[in-house]
Design a protein around this ligand. Structure first.
Ligand SMILES: Nc1nc2c(ncn2[C@@H]2O[C@H](COP(=O)(O)OP(=O)(O)OP(=O)(O)O)[C@@H](O)[C@H]2O)c(=O)[nH]1
Ligand SMILES: [Mg+2]
Length: 214
């Protein structure tokens, strides 16, 4: 897939204020600092589109980016950030889970995993929750440039094994590096093939009306 346009649309703290659910949408989620925003910038080839930071907890809102005028990337706040209060964590949980569970146009949740670390309970629990909700998800291993391919493959195998304790089969897996721009084609082609199944006609009138409001 060729990315012709990628534009920031809106940031939200309320599920009720999201753009209308008329285009296929892909959410990027994972532990704080795993590289969600960097990956989005790499996929869209637009540095600075999603805000990146060395300080975990940078992304605090649901951020919608419109790609090629016909699908959305959604950058979500990271989970598992230790230095926020318990009540904030609960708010996060409620807000993000409501979004994921209720968003009709959500096609796939990309769960980002740091390719350097062994399976973490919080990631596995999150995948299990997605499974329970019947939400389709793929795994994207990030920061593959930081170590050898052998080490990355070990992390991937360990994660697959851990998932097979609760799932019958493993989801689609991508290995990426925002630094080296690797894995870009694979992720975008996957999105392209899912978009091909989306019934744009069914929502076109709603979309045209919405575009006039932008
Ligand atoms: N070497 C390397 N560093 C990366 C890669 N992806 C992200 N980083 C670095 O990891 C840090 C966190 O990246 P972000 O993209 O801001 O992470 P995030 O998951 O969006 O973080 P939050 O929004 O805070 O949850 C930054 O310092 C990035 O430069 C990668 O593929 N390779
Ligand atoms: Mg971020």
């Amino acid at each position: 897939m060729i990315i012709k346009t990628a534009e920031f649309i809106c940031s939200n703290t309320q599920v009720s204020k999201l753009p209308p659910a008329v285009l296929p949408e892909y959410a990027f989620i994972g532990r704080s600092n795993v590289g969600k925003s960097s990956l989005i910038n790499m996929l869209t080839n637009k540095k600075g589109l999603a805000k990146t930071s060395q300080t975990p907890g940078k992304t605090q809102l649901i951020n919608h980016f419109l790609i090629n005028d016909n699908w959305y990337i959604v950058d979500l706040p990271g989970y598992g950030y230790a230095r926020i209060s318990k009540s904030k964590k609960e708010d996060w949980n409620k807000f993000i889970r409501t979004y994921l569970d209720k968003r009709e146009s959500l096609q796939c949740v990309f769960v980002l995993i740091d390719s350097r670390v062994e399976p973490q309970k919080i990631d596995l629990e999150f995948c299990n929750w997605l499974g329970e909700k019947g939400l389709s998800f793929s795994l994207i291993f990030t920061k593959a440039d930081k170590q050898s391919r052998v080490k990355t493959d070990q992390t991937v195998s360990a994660f697959k094994k851990a998932l097979l304790a609760t799932f019958d089969d493993v989801p689609t897996i991508f290995i990426t590096s925002a630094e080296l721009q690797s894995g870009r084609e694979e992720v975008l082609n996957f999105v392209g093939s899912v978009n091909d199944q989306f019934d744009y006609k069914a929502v076109s009138a709603a979309y045209e009306a919405y575009k006039k409001t932008l």
